[in-house]
Write a protein that binds this ligand. Structure first.
Ligand code: DOR
Ligand code: ZN
Length: 453
């Protein structure tokens, strides 16, 4: 038998372990064998992994692709081009677009645009506000991956529902069987300190970070866990930034609440000092925290309170990020930065430093996100019969992101500019098609497809 493609001479790594001199055989977009290179079938195409590490395609369940409506920052094509170049085979888009994704027709529009232009596979969340509680079943039927609620004001100014409306939304979402994720910052606390700091003329980037204190995040986590315990809905905490919030998630898990959580590379890599060093480029919400919070966040990742790694890839233009005046008035800057092409390098650098094993990296960055969002084992595994999404990484390549404008997004601002990594994605394969190799995106726009759930 001759198959379409084999990946040979790799070290295949899954959460269960690693095997040298192995590879993967693919036919018709599906994995047909995983095993020793010598035992793999003949193939029309061979990708020689050259001793590099072969893992299930990386799944990033938190990106802002900005389409529809904000294409001047990013669109499906550019976001998924960056994903392919970054070794990411599945992305999930956030609903704070223009219009917001709060109705089935908006979701359908977002899916259609993705089908037309994406390089890798994709999905989308829908947002729940005071206005659309009655649409929760229809949004499920329209194929949303899950639901999101913004608990405080954030980019896009999606108004938070009241606590009563959140309880009602939880009852209805539980009936769909899908998961509800949160931007978990208590908006009243954040708004209070934002106004106070502005009145006092505290305008530095570090003041921005301190205007959104850890208690705002921790309180939101604890309140939503309390609500989920009452209603039985599955919940998820996006972008957990602090040890306090991560430990609150751990307490929820101990109480058998169905709560999962993610953190992002920037919270693990930088401390709040980056706001003093790089200014508003590093402005993001929730903000990057101090070293003590970061140390406890790391412990929570290692002990399993944090399930997933995701980027919160949030492109904004250089003007919006005040790139020409990085220490300009922070209240004039916008929050968020890109991450799709630095997430694997950051995580592999942590592996190189001995803070995670390769197996733990694959668990947090491919398998667990797919499980949390009900895409496993189709995504996030190398099981026979599943989608042949494969990421090949060189864990030893040391490189520096000298110039962020070399990234593939439309907007390239990131505090990772100037950082040195050990590790890089070298080849990205989506359903058996090579979409990135030799430093180039070679896949076609429109090849990517929606993940059915
Ligand atoms: O910093 C952020 N940027 N945090 C968010 O929650 C939203 C994101 C964006 O959309 O730019
Ligand atoms: Zn986000």
């Amino acid at each position: 038998m001759t198959v379409d493609l084999v990946v040979t001479n790799g070290t295949v790594v899954t959460p269960a372990g690693r095997s040298p001199d192995t590879g993967v055989a693919v036919d018709d977009g599906t994995i047909v064998a995983v095993g020793r290179t010598d035992n793999l079938p003949a193939a029309d195409r061979t990708v020689d992994a050259e001793g590099n590490v072969v893992v299930p395609g990386i799944v990033d369940c938190h990106i802002h692709n900005r389409e529809p409506g904000l294409e001047y920052k990013e669109d499906w094509e550019s976001a998924t081009r960056a994903a392919a170049a970054g070794g990411v085979t599945t992305v999930v888009g956030m609903p704070n677009t223009d219009p917001i994704i709060d109705r089935p027709d908006h979701l359908e529009c977002k899916f259609e645009r993705g089908e037309a232009s994406a390089h890798v596979d994709f999905q989308s969340y829908v947002v729940v506000t005071s206005e659309n509680l009655d649409l929760i079943p229809a949004l499920d039927e329209a194929g949303a991956l899950g639901y999101k609620i913004f608990l405080g004001s954030t980019v896009g100014d999606v108004p938070p529902p009241s606590d009563g409306e959140i309880l009602e939304a939880m009852e209805r979402i539980r009936e769909t069987g899908k998961r509800l994720g949160f931007h978990e910052e208590n908006g009243e606390i954040v708004d209070f300190y934002t106004e106070q700091f502005q009145a006092e003329g505290r305008n530095e980037p570090i003041d921005f970070a301190h205007s959104r204190p850890v208690i705002a995040e921790r309180e939101a986590v604890e309140r939503m866990i309390t609500f989920a315990a009452e209603t039985g809905v599955k919940i998820h905490m996006y972008h957990v930034s602090s040890g306090d919030a991560a430990e609150a998630v751990a307490r929820g898990k101990e109480r058998d609440v169905a709560v999962t959580a993610e953190t992002c590379p920037h919270y693990l890599w930088f401390t709040e000092d980056v706001l003093r060093e790089k200014g508003n480029v590093a402005r993001i919400q929730p903000p990057i925290r101090d070293a003590g919070q970061q140390a406890r966040l790391w412990t929570s990742l290692q002990t399993g309170a944090i399930d997933c790694i995701a980027t919160d890839h949030a492109p904004h233009t250089a003007e919006e990020k005040l790139v020409d005046d990085p220490f300009g008035n922070t209240w004039d800057a916008i929050s968020g930065f890109v991450g799709l092409e630095t997430e694997i390098p950051a995580l592999l650098t942590f592996v190189d430093e001995g803070r995670l094993t390769l197996e733990e990296w694959v668990h947090h960055h491919a398998t667990r996100p797919a499980e949390v969002w009900d895409m496993y084992p189709k995504k996030g595994s190398l099981q026979v019969g599943t989608d042949a999404d494969i990421t090949i990484v060189d864990p030893d390549r040391t490189w520096t992101l000298e110039d962020a404008t070399t990234l593939h997004s439309k907007s390239c601002v990131t505090p990772f500019e100037g950082e040195t990594f050990t590790g890089k994605a070298v080849t990205t394969i989506v359903r058996g098609e090579v979409v990135y190799e030799d430093g180039k995106v070679v896949g076609e726009s429109g090849y990517g497809t929606r993940v059915d759930v």
